[in-house]
Design a protein around this ligand. Structure first.
Ligand code: NAP
Length: 276
């Protein structure tokens, strides 16, 4: 039987409508995105974030800096946005060009405005706010995937996806195994998963024979190939799994919806703390 395709796009539209309502209640909320140079993928992500923010009624500022921007110049722009009262939420699109220290830029963000949840201050709490990880959890909740006591496997251990997803799954009382590029016999581990989240950035690396019958599979991967955008999970997995997120139309739209939710969260916190 073919897997139920988990529709991240429809869920994201609902979340975005809720965000739009919250924004109306607030009056004005400001989000600034900063892109330094940037390849095709980063340009697309910024455009999608800007469009989604504008649609939700968020005042979105689109700061574009040339590839040749120095670290000092970028830090100055970040400082300016930190000080700008009209900006409630702020992100710098990663990766930044070579020669700019990413960690330094992240540390320069005002933690109250850090909509991606990357600032090391309060890392524990913020880590769980990372939009992609939250998006994964929202999709699992929407399809009522049982996590309590479930065997969950996360492929990938990045700060931005793998680690926070694993932590959120563990908080939901799943028994979590994290895999990475040094994992021996990956298939043996993934075959044991009732819930499998894949965020490795390797096109179609999870083949049907690596997935247990009836598993719920979340494909975070976005890979640009000659055949277009593909995930980390081979579409043939739909013949084995009970649930699968498509790429595109799965986690991607939910990342953006959760980013907007975070922007509202930043605005709320800043007003509660008398900062705006
Ligand atoms: P990343 O920083 O490159 O991390 C990839 C992780 O996968 C690493 O932990 C790496 O292990 C592991 N890995 C790589 N090859 C592996 C293999 N053959 N077997 C097992 N583990 C392997 O990437 P990321 O930022 O987490 O992103 C992962 C994917 O998600 C990318 O395709 C990215 O485009 C996509 N993404 C999507 C969204 C969305 O909204 N849908 C958001 C963010 C990212 P090591 O730690 O050992 O190197």
């Amino acid at each position: 039987m073919a897997a139920t395709m988990m529709d991240g796009k429809a869920l994201a539209e609902r979340v975005r409508a809720e965000v739009a309502e919250e924004v109306r209640a607030f009056g004005e909320i400001g989000l600034a995105t900063v892109l330094v140079g940037g390849g095709a993928a980063s340009q697309v992500y910024i455009r999608l974030k800007q469009e989604a923010a504008a649609k939700a009624g968020i005042a979105a500022k689109d700061v574009r800096l040339p590839e040749t921007t120095s670290e000092a110049e970028l830090l100055e722009v970040v400082a300016g946005l930190n000080a700008d009262d009209a900006v409630d939420a702020l992100l710098v699109q990663l990766p930044v060009p070579k020669g700019i220290d990413e960690a330094k830029v992240i540390r320069a963000l005002d933690p109250d405005k850090d909509v991606d949840g990357l600032h090391p201050l309060n890392a524990g709490e913020l880590m769980l706010a990372r939009p992609t990880a939250r998006g994964v959890m929202e999709i699992l909740a929407e399809y009522r995937i049982e996590l309590d006591g479930a065997r969950a496997v996360v492929v990938g251990r990045s700060e931005i996806v793998g680690k926070p997803v694993a932590q959120l799954l563990e908080q939901a009382n799943a028994t979590v195994t994290i895999c990475h590029s040094h994992t021996r016999d990956l298939a043996r581990v993934t075959l044991d998963a009732e819930v499998l989240v894949v965020a490795a950035g390797r096109a179609a690396m999870i083949s049907p024979d690596m997935v247990a019958a009836g598993a719920a599979v979340i494909d975070v991967g976005i890979n640009r190939t000659d055949a277009g955008l593909v995930g980390d999970v081979d579409p043939g997995v739909a013949n084995v799994a009970a649930y699968l997120t498509p790429v595109p139309g799965g986690v991607g739209p939910m990342t953006i919806a959760c980013l907007l939710q975070n922007a509202v969260g930043c605005a709320r916190l800043r007003r509660e703390n008398g900062l705006a």
